[in-house]
Design a protein around this ligand. Structure first.
Ligand code: ACO
Length: 335
C-alpha cells in the first residue's frame, strides 16, 4: 500500500494522544517474581519499568482515553470522527471488535469501527489503511489507536518473556487536509512474511486450538517466543522497511530528523541504527519507562516527542515497526 501525494488533499496527522496505567512494575518487582536481575534486564533490553492495567479494566478503556487525548490535541470534537480503527492483539473479547467498545465509550454510533491484528506493526498498518480511506475521499477524519494490555497474555512465570512487555495505548487523528497545514503523512509501506509465524505466537484459544482445560493447563494462551530469531528479524526488516519508504520518496537517511522505531528492545534499536547508518541520537526512545507495548509503542513515543519538543514543525519523522507474523511497516511524516 503506497501513496505519494504532495499536491492537493493529503493525509494529516492532526493530533496524537496516549494513555498509560498508573501502576508501575519495576525490574526490582520482577526480581521478586522470577529468577532475573535488574542488571540482566537493563543490559539485554534497556527496560527499567513498565505499566500494568488494574483488573476490571480492558484494552478499550485505555484506547478510549488515548483517543480522547488525540482528539483534544487535534482540537476536534470526537463527533467529527467518521471511522475508528483499533490495532490490537489483546482485544477486550474474541468478538466483537474492541473498536465497537471504544466507539461506545466515546459516545459515538453509526461510524465504521473495526480492529486490525498486525501485532507490533499494527499502528503503522492502521496508518496505511486510514491513509487509503482518506485518499479515497469517502472519509474525512479517521482515528487510529494502538492499544494493548500485554500483561494479560504474558506468562508471569517465564523470565524470558515476562520482563519485556507492558500495557498502554497511543492514538492518532488523521484528517483529509489541504496543502500547507503541516503534519503530512507522506507515505506508508507495509509487508509481512508468514514463514516466520511460529517465532512468536499465542497458540491456544483460536480455531486451531480451541480453549480446553488442557490448553489452559499447558499455558497455550500466553505469548511464546523465540527471542533470538525475533531479534534478528526485527533488526533486518525494520531497517529494510525504513530504507524502502525513504528510497521511494527520494529521501535519504540524512534527511531524517527523528526515528520512531517500535520499542521492543534497545539493542534492536541500536542494531537498526548501525544497519541504516542513522545516528542513535535521532531515535526517540522511551522503552526504559514502558517496555514493549506492541502496537501502542510508536504512537505513545510520537505523542511524548511532540510534547517534549523533539518532533517539531518541518521535521521529517521516520516510523518503522515489526511484530508477530512477522509483519512490518514503515512511514514518513513531514511534521
Ligand atoms: N533474566 C536472567 N536471565 C535470563 C532472562 C532473564 N529475564 N531471560 C533469559 N535469560 C537467560 C537465558 O536463559 C539464557 O541462559 P543460558 O545461557 O544459561 O541458556 C541467557 O539469559 C541468554 O539468553 P538469550 O535468549 O540468548 O538472551 P538474548 O541476549 O537473546 O536476549 C531477549 C533475550 C531479550 C528476549 C532478546 O532475544 C530479544 O529482545 N529478542 C526480541 C524479542 C522481542 O522483542 N519480542 C517482542 C515481541 S516482537 C517485537 O516486538 C519485535
Amino acid at each position: 500500500m503506497a501513496s505519494t501525494h504532495i499536491a492537493g488533499p493529503y493525509t494529516r496527522v492532526a493530533g496524537l494522544g496516549r494513555a498509560v496505567p498508573d501502576r508501575v512494575l519495576t525490574n526490582a518487582d520482577l526480581e521478586r517474581m522470577v529468577d532475573t536481575t535488574d542488571q540482566w534486564i537493563v543490559e539485554r533490553t534497556g527496560i527499567r519499568e513498565r505499566r500494568i492495567l488494574p483488573e476490571g479494566q480492558a484494552t478499550s478503556d485505555l484506547a478510549a482515553a488515548a483517543a480522547r487525548s488525540a482528539c483534544q490535541q487535534a482540537e476536534l470534537p470526537v463527533t467529527q470522527l467518521d471511522a475508528l480503527i483499533v490495532a490490537t492483539i489483546t482485544p477486550d473479547t474474541q468478538a466483537p471488535a474492541t473498536a465497537v467498545y471504544v466507539q461506545q465509550k466515546l459516545g459515538l454510533s453509526q461510524i465504521p469501527a473495526f480492529d486490525i491484528a498486525a501485532a507490533c506493526a499494527g499502528f503503522v498498518y492502521g496508518l496505511g489503511i486510514a491513509d487509503a480511506m482518506l485518499q479515497s475521499g469517502r472519509y474525512k477524519c479517521v482515528l487510529v489507536v494502538g492499544a494493548e494490555i500485554l500483561s494479560r497474555i504474558t506468562d508471569w512465570t517465564d523470565r524470558t518473556t515476562c520482563v519485556l512487555f507492558g500495557d498502554g495505548a497511543g492514538a492518532a487523528v488523521l484528517t483529509r487536509a489541504e496543502a500547507g497545514q503541516g503534519q503530512r503523512l507522506i507515505d506508508v509501506s507495509l509487508g509481512a512474511d508468514g514463514a516466520h509465524a511460529a517465532q512468536l505466537e499465542i497458540p491456544g484459544g483460536g480455531s486451531r486450538e480451541p480453549t480446553t482445560q488442557t490448553t489452559v493447563e499447558q499455558r497455550r494462551h500466553v505469548v511464546r517466543m523465540n527471542g533470538r530469531q525475533v531479534f534478528t528479524q526485527a533488526v533486518k526488516n525494520m531497517s529494510a522497511a525504513a530504507a524502502t519508504v525513504l528510497e521511494r520518496n527520494g529521501r535519504t537517511t540524512a534527511d531524517v530528523d527523528v526515528v520512531f522505531a517500535h520499542q521492543a528492545n534497545l539493542r534492536i534499536i541500536e542494531g537498526i541504527s548501525q544497519r541504516t547508518g542513522i545516528p542513535l541520537e535521532r531515535f526517540f526512545n522511551n522503552i526504559e519507562k514502558y517496555g514493549n507495548t506492541s502496537s501502542a509503542s510508536v504512537p505513545i513515543a510520537m505523542s511524548e516527542a511532540v510534547e517534549q519538543g523533539r518532533l517539531k514543525r518541518g521535521d521529517l519523522a521516520l516510523l518503522t515497526a515489526l511484530g508477530a507474523g512477522v509483519a512490518w511497516g514503515s512511514a514518513l511524516i513531514e511534521w
